[in-house]
Write a protein that binds this ligand. Structure first.
Ligand code: FES
Length: 109
């Protein structure tokens, strides 16, 4: 994979618990939306092992923003790609955000 020109890297948790919570469908929806929006040169995706946030799965992580998303599903996966150029995409699913050189928990209830 040529990374030159890539602007966003999305890590999609494919650990056991996230897969049970629809992680595979999240990955498919995100990847389909990237193709449909012709963003394949700008957004790279990687499936990962467990990210240690199982109780909030399915987890998706956006870099370089450093934003972690909880309870992802096909709809929120597609919405993330649609909103990715916004300052804080998919605000309602944010669980961790990178601020002042550290991750901070976000209250999204
Ligand atoms: S399996 Fe996804 S955070 Fe643990």
């Amino acid at each position: 994979m040529k990374m030159q020109g890539v602007q966003k890297h999305i890590l999609i948790c494919s650990g056991k618990t996230c897969i049970k919570n629809g992680g595979e469908q999240v990955a498919e929806a995100i990847r389909e939306e990237i193709k449909e929006m012709s963003l394949t040169k700008f957004i790279h995706t990687t499936k990962t092992l467990c990210n240690g946030q199982c109780k909030n799965g399915a987890i998706t992580i956006l870099y370089p923003d450093g934003i972690w998303y909880k309870e992802m599903n096909e709809d929120s996966g597609r919405k993330l790609i649609k909103e990715i150029s916004e300052v804080r995409p998919l605000e309602q699913n944010i669980i961790l955000d990178y601020k002042n050189h550290q991750f901070v928990e976000e209250e999204t209830e």
